[in-house]
Design a binder for this molecule. Structure first.
Ligand SMILES: [Zn+2]
Length: 406
């Protein structure tokens, strides 16, 4: 009898309760105030347990994360995966950078959202959410983006209400005519649907508009001002005094959110450095990733985080602004942005490399840094989808079984 009992105990102890175990990594999960060595166990597509030591015998597959940081899958609040001429299919650029959720910033309008869903959202392994453009034809050039007659709050709100699982807000950008028509209509649609509006800076908005009025009088708490470190027209820093514009701080106090939106033209070292010295960092870190910004400026999420660290931000703070903060901005917290037990397993594994690294801004000036965050592996919906060091794979042997590919 005692033999049977021992057998049962041994069987129970070695039972493989988990499908995947991320072992010996340093977990940064700001939403749960974790910044420590932890193991993360996954069952199916769900985070089952986070604890200091989970035995490897309890998992069917183990990823050795020693020396790596383990974070919630990053959320890129401003990317371009549809509509815009430089848009990129997300899996190739997001999943290779620990980014498990991208929010397309205005590629589709109410007329084109169904096509966006069919051709990109439903075909991506990356979770793709959308800020729908107030312009009905989406981000397809001035014929659409300046066409006030087709900026229809009721129709835009109706498409949002019919697609709440994927549409998380509204985008208003590139409006080149005088006046407030585009912004007013975007905010009206946001009011009708109960979602935030992301508004670009004022590159093309010289006529009849001022950032101060935009930020303090038009934008609501929870609305997002993107491209925060683009300062060609005095958005953030007073050019003569080098000080933060007072209305920027006032807008932050009101609850307006400031998003990085790095992109190909919207991140300038002099602005970012001056703002950082005065303690002003973006609330959310995002890439504005497209076919131009991905190459020379290298605006993917780990590079944006590395640049923020070069400006003095700590890694845990940068992870918070790339996970829980964007999740909250689009009302997807606590569903997204954490490693809480019971949530979907979207996870990034990163190395923080030492060396000399060049970080370029939009004017292609570089700053040298000594740290670089690099994605080593990505787990999306419980599955290992990217693993550059093969940490989740055994070495091959001549005796190995190649008849079954896992
Ligand atoms: Zn953009």
């Amino acid at each position: 009898m005692w033999k049977l009992a021992l057998f049962l105990i041994a069987t129970f102890a070695s039972a493989q309760n988990y499908d995947l175990l991320i072992k010996s990594g340093h977990v940064i999960d700001p939403a749960n105030s974790i910044d420590a060595r932890r193991d993360v166990a996954i069952k199916g597509n769900t985070i089952a347990r986070v604890a200091p030591d989970i035995p490897t015998a309890e998992a069917r597959k183990v990823i050795d994360a020693s020396g790596l940081y383990v974070t919630p899958g990053l959320i890129d609040l401003h990317a371009h995966v549809y509509g815009y001429s430089g848009s990129i299919f997300p899996d190739d650029t997001a999943l290779t950078t620990g980014t498990t959720t991208v929010v397309d910033a205005g590629g589709a309008g109410y007329r084109t959202f169904d096509d966006f869903k069919k051709t990109i959202i439903d075909r991506s392994r990356t979770r793709v959410l959308a800020l729908i453009n107030i312009a009905g034809g989406g981000m397809t050039g001035s014929a659409s983006e300046d066409n006030v007659a087709d900026m229809l709050p009721d129709k835009t709100a109706a498409v949002i209400k019919a697609n709440r699982d994927t549409i998380v807000g509204i985008k208003c950008a590139h409006f080149s005519h005088p006046g407030w028509d585009a912004i007013n209509r975007a905010i009206e649609a946001g009011r009708l649907a109960g979602v935030p509006v992301m508004i670009d800076d004022k590159i093309f908005t010289n006529a009849g508009r001022h950032s101060r009025e935009k930020l303090l009088d038009r934008m609501r708490p929870g609305d997002l001002h993107t491209h925060v470190f683009n300062d060609r027209q005095l958005e953030v820093i007073d050019r003569f005094t080098g000080k933060l514009q007072p209305w920027i701080l006032e807008a932050r106090r009101r609850g307006v959110l400031f998003d990085l939106g790095h992109g190909g033209g919207s991140f300038l070292w002099p602005v970012a450095i001056a703002a950082a010295k005065q303690g002003f960092y973006p609330d959310t870190i995002s890439t504005d990733l497209h076919s131009s910004s991905i190459l020379i400026p290298q605006s993917d999420m780990p590079n944006c985080i590395s640049k923020m660290m070069l400006l003095g931000m700590t890694l845990p703070d940068a992870i918070a602004r790339s996970t829980v903060a964007p999740a909250k901005a689009i009302s997807r917290y606590p569903e997204l942005g954490t490693l809480s037990e019971g949530t979907l397993a979207d996870i990034g594994l990163f190395a923080l490399r030492d060396g000399v690294f060049a970080y370029k801004d939009a004017w292609q000036k570089k700053m040298l840094g000594t740290k670089k965050l690099e994605c080593v592996a990505t787990i999306r919906n419980g599955r290992l989808v990217f693993d550059t060091e093969g940490r989740g794979f055994p070495e091959w042997t001549t005796a190995g079984d190649y008849t079954v590919i896992p």
